[in-house]
Structures are given as structure tokens and as C-alpha cells.
Design a protein around this ligand. Structure first.
Ligand code: C5P
Length: 399
């Protein structure tokens, strides 16, 4: 993307160097525009070396050719301003056009993301907050400020968001919110079934597929509840609520409590099909453990949801198999009353914990092979399907 990175005059300007570098590494074309104040904190040469472009400076009274504000506003596909000082917010809110950066923003009609940085008292001042309201009304997006150590040395709300957070916010700001108002319940990860307090029956699932689904759904505006098994690295994103479950029976309880409000339920968890019939209260010792341990069948979480909600909610499952994944997915589609089963091949080096898998989308209408093989692409495809089907369910045109 072609980005204007505006830098205004605060000590956080040094962090904008890291941001510029990351944006360039992320294949964006970055044009830095600095206010007069910013150039007192960081040398323009630093930014031009990082972005391989001359930096646009505050003054507008000299002929600038490709750096004219009109050309820049047309060239840019997005504007990120980090740090955005209280003074800059005031100038932007008033529609001032008294330096190159404000001139460009005034002439630009695409997405604008601001990362404010100032002393806590300045941020909470009613005048600043009124400026924030005004700019929000114009469609400006925000990242931060955060609570933390400020330039004055004291702690408060006013610290600029970290570059990584700004990158993520930018990604969100430019992602179409096509799942806004859609409530998605996702299960992820393994379950643990205890033999005794220290021994468990489990599997190598890490929850990565469910976590990617949760992040992608949240990025696109959905409200997400993630019911996850043990040791899952939790997702980050707005509107994600997480709830932990240890065993299959815990997961069933959580999912049944949460599923009433959901438009779609996606079962990406690798739920253990069995559990030890008996769970010892104290650790079993080598010498007194019987050689055979009876197993009891676990509830099938997704099948239970299918039994209750088929036709009224969009239901998606995964079928991880070492062979004949598609045939097995077709069976599960029918048996569990699902709308979609993603068939994927797992083996020693594929599937569990890896970012790659070979997958097919199996629906009553047929089977489509998913190109790419990356789990993130699978998450996208699944949520495209969910979006389309939720519209059909809401429109009442489902058979
Ligand atoms: O039957 P199988 O375990 O292969 O089915 C996989 C699908 O069913 C997955 O979507 C999984 O999350 C879900 N499932 C479940 N509860 C079980 C077993 C599987 O929700 N006990």
C-alpha cells in the first residue's frame, strides 16, 4: 500500500522510525511527512534512509514537485500519524492547513489512523477530547494512547501505542468490516482427560486453526467467543471473549451456554473422543496401576450443537484424518448436521501445530479444494462461507 506516515513533535517520534522500518519491510511504500516540531526530535535523514524517499517537511512555500500536497493526497492510499500530538489533533480537528502534513490530510479521503502521544493531563483535557470526538466523527481511527511512562517521567494515559500495535491497528482499519454484527462461537485446541491428578489423555493440537479463525473474524468485525482447551496461545483482537475448558465435558458445558446467542458455531477443537472411565483422586503409583484402563465415550460437542441448532445457525466442523479426509468429512457433514466440514490431512509433519495444511471445503453442494494450504487462507475461506450462510439464515430462505 502507498502510505503517508505523518510524524509530529513528541519524544515518541523516535518510535516512528521503527514503525517506518516495519511498514517498509511489510512491502508498503512509505512517504514520511514531518512537522517542524518532529524534526527537532528526529533527523529527517533517519526517515529518508529507512524509507528510501525524501522526507516531506513542514514548510510549503517552496516548489516541491512530487511532494506537493495535492500530488501526495492523490498518491496516498492511507495516512498513519504517529505520534499525533495534542497540537496536531487540534489543528486537524479545526481543519487547519498550515503545513504539508495538515494540507495532505485535508485533501485525503481514504483511511486515516492516529496514534496519539502526550501527557495524561493533555489527553484527558476536555478540549483534546472534543477534538478526538470531532475527528472520530470524520471517520478517523485511533490506536492508543496507552497507560505507561510518559515524557515527564510520571505514569499515565498518554503513551503512544507500540509500533507492532500500530501495524495491527492499521491492518484492522483497512479490513472491510463484512462480519459486523455477526456472532461467532469457535472451539479450539486439545482437551485434557485426566487419569489421575498428574496424567492425562490428550493430543498434539495447539489450537492454531481456531485462534486464526477468531482473529480473522474479529478483524472483519464479528463478535467472537473462543472456547479453548489447555495451553492454547490466546488470540488478540477487538471483540474476542475467551473461555477456557479442560475436558470434553467442560467444553460441552461452555459451548452449550454460549451457543444460544451465536449466529455460527465453528468446531475447530480436537476434542478427545474418550476419557478414562475412572479418574483417581490421588496419583496412581506404578505398582498399583492396573494394566488396562477402561475408557468411556466423550460427548461430541459439535454433534450436540448440530442436534439442537441445525438449520437455525451456521455450523462448521473440521475433519482431520491421516487418509480419506474428504470421504470422512462427507460422513461427518451428514452425521453431525453441519453446513460445512473442512477436511484436512494430518500426519507426522503436517496439520497439528503447523501453519500449513492441505484442506478441502466439503458442503452439501459439493467439495472444493482450498488452494494455498495456509491455515490463514482456510480461516478466510471458512468465514466467507459463514458470512454468506448467516445472510441466508437471517433472510429466512434456508430450507
Ligand atoms: O469426529 P471427529 O472428531 O473427527 O469430528 C471432528 C469435528 O467434530 C471437529 O469439528 C471437532 O471440533 C468436533 N468434535 C467435537 N466433539 C467431539 C469430537 C469432535 O466437537 N467429541
Amino acid at each position: 500500500m502507498r502510505l503517508v506516515l505523518g510524524v509530529s513533535g513528541g519524544i515518541a517520534a523516535y518510535k516512528a522510525c521503527e514503525l517506518a522500518s516495519r511498514l517498509v519491510r511489510d512491502s508498503h511504500e512509505v512517504q514520511v511527512l514531518m512537522t517542524a516540531g518532529a524534526a527537532r526530535f528526529v533527523a529527517p535523514l533517519t526517515f529518508s534512509a529507512l524509507t528510501h524517499r525524501p522526507v516531506g517537511m513542514a514548510t510549503t512555500d517552496e516548489p516541491m514537485g512530487p511532494l506537493s500536497h495535492v500530488a501526495l493526497a492523490r498518491w496516498a492510499q492511507g495516512v498513519v500519524i504517529a505520534p499525533a500530538t495534542a497540537n496536531l489533533l487540534a489543528r486537524l480537528a479545526s481543519g487547519a492547513a498550515d503545513d504539508l502534513l495538515t494540507l495532505v490530510v485535508l485533501g485525503f479521503r481514504g483511511p486515516v489512523l492516529l496514534a496519539p502521544a502526550m501527557e495524561a493531563e493533555m489527553w484527558s483535557h476536555p478540549r483534546t477530547q472534543a477534538n478526538v470526538q470531532r475527528l472520530s466523527g470524520d471517520g478517523v481511527r485511533w490506536v492508543g494512547p496507552e497507560f505507561g511512562r510518559l515524557a515527564s517521567g510520571s505514569a499515565g494515559l498518554g503513551r503512544m501505542a507500540e509500533p507492532e500495535q500500530i501495524m495491527r491497528a492499521w491492518d484492522w482499519a483497512t479490513t472491510p468490516q463484512d462480519l459486523l454484527g455477526v456472532r461467532v462461537l469457535i472451539t479450539a485446541g486439545p482437551t485434557w482427560e485426566h487419569f489421575d491428578p498428574v496424567r492425562i489423555l490428550t493430543n498434539p493440537a495447539t489450537g492454531s486453526m481456531g485462534v486464526l479463525l477468531a482473529e480473522e473474524a474479529s478483524r472483519r468485525g464479528a463478535e467472537v467467543v473462543l472456547v479453548h482447551g489447555p495451553r492454547v496461545t490466546l488470540p488478540s483482537g477487538p471483540s474476542i471473549r475467551t473461555r477456557s475448558a479442560i475436558s470434553a465435558r467442560d467444553m460441552l458445558t461452555a459451548v452449550l451456554e454460549e451457543s444460544g446467542a451465536a449466529d455460527a458455531v465453528i468446531g475447530a477443537a480436537a476434542v478427545s473422543d474418550f476419557r478414562p472411565a475412572e479418574r483417581l483422586v490421588a496419583k496412581a503409583h506404578k505398582e498399583d496401576v492396573a494394566h488396562e484402563w477402561a475408557m468411556a465415550p466423550n460427548p461430541d460437542v459439535l454433534a450436540e450443537v448440530g442436534r439442537r441448532f441445525a438449520g437455525r445457525k451456521v455450523l462448521v466442523g473440521f475433519a482431520a484424518e491421516t487418509d480419506d479426509a474428504v470421504a470422512s468429512a462427507q460422513k461427518k457433514l451428514m452425521a453431525k448436521h453441519l453446513d460445512l466440514v473442512v477436511a484436512n490431512e494430518v500426519g507426522d509433519s503436517r496439520g497439528f501445530g503447523s501453519d500449513e495444511h492441505r484442506a478441502w471445503m466439503v458442503t452439501p453442494a459439493g467439495t472444493v479444494s482450498l488452494a494455498g494450504g495456509h491455515k490463514a487462507a482456510t480461516a478466510k475461506a471458512v468465514l466467507d462461507f459463514v458470512k454468506e450462510q448467516v445472510q441466508i439464515v437471517r433472510g429466512g430462505s434456508r430450507p
